[in-house]
Design a protein. Structure first.
Length: 433
């Protein structure tokens, strides 16, 4: 059973803090192992990646077979059922249209002293996407990572996807083709991250790595950050639903289970202003768990990390939501727009009872790669902004330099950086000749 909390209880604050601080991440001490793997890949390149793939994925590769061949990709794509292909194409179209609107504009202006200032946006040259393999092989994640990169203008896009025992998910390969991926490598784990960051004889290095993975992948991304950019360190999935009594308890139960079925460490929370409704949702969850295919996983998640919180009003719900800063936030209330204005910390918000979070996972358009573990307090979901960078521009005229140069000389002197000041002084002296 999940926890039942009420803001009217004397011990609410202590219990709510326990919910916030629940250690859900599967984070064994893997850093030393990952450090050795990265060093091995840097030293031995392809040979290290091949040996580690044999060890962990039980398949033997050669430099020539690290990447899927065009023929293999074609055969895999051809095997995807028509309905699944059509769904992926629709999702890709909506994701692309949404992310195209995110592209910022370059700017340039001349200020009052005649200096021209501005900025321009350019894409990273190459990006690498990590796609989990095995049971957690999601073609939707390929679309969510690759399409923003291509919209941003990334020239080269490489995917690494582990294929244990040589078994690949055809839908993942099709999603990669639809999204415009250039290279697909059948490798995973920390060794794949190292290969993307540092390169091997076969795999060229990239500028940025995105995509979720297990504890080894997360540790590797932390280790290579600085050599390359990364998107975020993703933790277990989470959802917060704020719902009033004018909802179907079964719908809300399914929304909670949609994240619980991801992972035993996922967290599903409900905040409601009606205690009886909360109990009805709990009963509906138990009923659905009797038949849910992934009930073993969802049941453990709901038992260990689920919670139903009763509040006095929706203003109180918004305050708690901001403390939780959930990855996914559903607002199943009469006026979701008004409530959303008060919920300032969330990865993604789903407005109204007709907008289940699952729509965002697949077909809505906004990205489903979102900040977890309360990091929505200070970070955002994946977007085209993750694949572009801003370069500032400045042009001084002689008149502009005469107007502001003396202040630069003063500041350089105050910081004891003589050459800084002299670089301005020399030009000002030339103007005064």
């Amino acid at each position: 059973m999940p926890q039942f909390l009420s803001t009217s209880d004397a011990d609410f604050e202590a219990r709510f803090t326990d919910v916030l601080n629940a250690k859900r991440e599967d984070s064994p001490d893997v850093d030393a192992i990952v450090t050795d793997i990265i060093a091995d890949v840097r030293a031995r390149g392809d040979a290290a990646v091949i040996d580690l793939t044999t060890k962990f994925d039980r398949m033997t590769l050669t430099p020539e077979t690290l990447a899927f061949s065009p023929e293999e990709i074609e055969a895999a794509c051809a095997s995807v059922p028509d309905a699944e292909r059509a769904a992926l194409e629709m999702a890709a179209s909506r994701i692309r249209a949404y992310h195209e609107r995110q592209m910022p504009e370059n700017a340039s202006w001349t200020d009052s002293i005649g200096a021209t200032l501005g900025w321009r946006w350019t894409a990273v040259s190459a990006a690498g996407l990590y796609v989990p393999g095995g049971l957690a092989s999601y073609p939707s994640s390929v679309l969510m990572n690759a399409i923003p990169a291509k919209v941003a203008g990334v020239e080269r896009l490489a995917i690494v996807v582990p294929t244990p025992d040589g078994i690949a998910n055809p839908a993942v390969l099709l999603a990669a083709r639809i999204a415009g991926v250039d290279e697909i490598y059948r490798i995973g784990g920390a060794q794949a991250i190292a290969a993307l960051a540092y390169g091997t004889e076969t795999i060229k290095p990239v500028d940025k790595i995105t995509g979720p993975g297990n504890a080894f992948v997360a540790a590797a991304k932390r280790r290579v950050f600085g050599k390359v950019g990364i998107d975020m360190i993703a933790g277990p999935s989470e959802i917060l639903v704020i719902a009033d009594k004018d909802n179907d308890p079964d719908w809300i139960a399914l929304d909670l289970l949609s994240q619980a079925e991801h992972d035993e460490s996922a967290q599903s929370l409900l905040i409601t202003d009606d205690e009886a409704f909360g109990k009805a949702v709990a009963e509906a969850v138990n009923k659905r768990l009797e038949t849910l295919e992934r009930r073993a996983i969802a049941g453990i998640s709901w038992r260990d990390y689920g919670a139903i919180i009763t509040v006095q009003n929706l203003d109180e719900a918004a305050v708690l939501s901001n403390r939780i800063a959930p990855e996914h936030l559903e607002l199943c209330v009469a006026d979701p727009d008004a409530l959303s204005e008060k919920c300032v910390h969330a990865g993604a918000i789903f407005l109204g009872q007709w907008t289940p979070e699952a729509i965002g996972d697949y077909i809505g358009g906004p990205n489903h790669v979102l900040p977890t573990a309360r990091s929505a307090r200070f970070s955002s979901g994946l977007s085209v902004m993750d694949f572009i960078k801003r370069t500032t521009l400045a042009r001084m005229t002689p008149q502009a330099l005469r107007a502001i140069g003396p202040s630069a000389e003063v500041l350089a002197t105050s910081e004891s950086l003589q050459a800084h000041g002299l670089s301005v002084t020399a030009r000002l002296q030339k103007l005064n000749e």
